[in-house]
Design a protein around this ligand. Sequence first.
Ligand code: PLP
Length: 387
Amino acid sequence: MSYLTKNYNRKNIAFIKGKGSYLFSNKGKKYLDFVQGIAVNSLGHAHPELIKALNKQSKKLWHVSNSFVIPEGEKLAKKIAKNTFADFVMFQNSGAEATEAAIKVAKRYFYSIGKPNKNRILCIKNSFHGRTLAAIYASGSKKMTEGFGPKVSGFDHFNFGDHRSLKKLITKNTAAVMVETIMGEGGIKVVPDWCLKGLRKLCNKKNVLLILDEVQCGIGRTGDFFAFEKSKVKPDIVPIAKGIGGGFPIGAVLMNKKVASGMTSGTHGSTFGGNPLAMQIGNTVFDIIFKKGFLNNVKKNSDYFLQELIKIKDKYPKIIKEVRGRGFLIGLQLYSDQTEFIKKLMDKKLLTIRAAENVVRILPPLNVKKFELTQAIKIINKVCSIY
Ligand SMILES: Cc1ncc(COP(=O)(O)O)c(C=O)c1O
């Protein structure tokens, strides 16, 4: 009997230890973990530098209120500002909080410049921005919003790739367009660089803010710190979470100076967001990802992995329809439901997770070793051969 609510469809397996790319079950079995807490453990399990940072900070100070200066948070915000498009950072605890706060930042900016009616947010239908009330209505998913009425208003939706309706739906009341640079839960659908560029231009022309949700695809997962970097586009607001904490709950909203001007004292807050313990870990994750060669290694290893996956697709064209994604945010789109395929991978000790459109989502840690990728390729090949 479990006393936990039944809102998760949990697999009947528990893990008691993790090390790098591996998880160890309570039945003594070792698994190659290419879920990594859904892109959370960016540096794998039990990274020695993260353990050191956690231990050290835990003996000094865990938590103080945001009513006081938190030097560890100041430090991380400065690093982010010096290395990205952002001028200011607002720390949260999770992805949904970060996307919801991003929406608040956009609305508040227009309010602060005397345009309170410019408050609608345009999103992609069936996208994913988290599970709070505003976030589910931002996602525009029938399944996620069912039973949670009345509807949170202020969101409009266009279909992925439908540029005509995107243009049509921007009105004088639109405050921002919010999209995931790469749709994660939606099936690893990449917004191409030329679309990002066009979107930025359109937003400029219509005086609309651009919010790029990098909760899943950011923090080095694509081989760049942000998935949008290759496009050279500068968004106004970027919610992040997952990978920046390496397993510790951290979220943040990054923004430029213009929109940050609306976030005056008392406009937003969080009890836990940006506490010293979280910030010490965030700083350590950030420093490791920004070490010379780290992101290049992600690019090199993920290129190898992607090429090998494409070879498998070519060998089994009746099973795998498409290899999607970029870097270590990868989807194998199957022709049929992926449940059995994921189960078979798990039987062979490779953990993966589903995404929409029959996609098997593969999320290795960013510091995965090449032989571990080769091991995964062997398992995927094997499962295709018996599928
Ligand atoms: C793109 C995106 N935004 C927001 C979220 C919500 O994050 P969290 O589950 O930490 O609230 C997720 C989670 O998967 C996500 O993928």
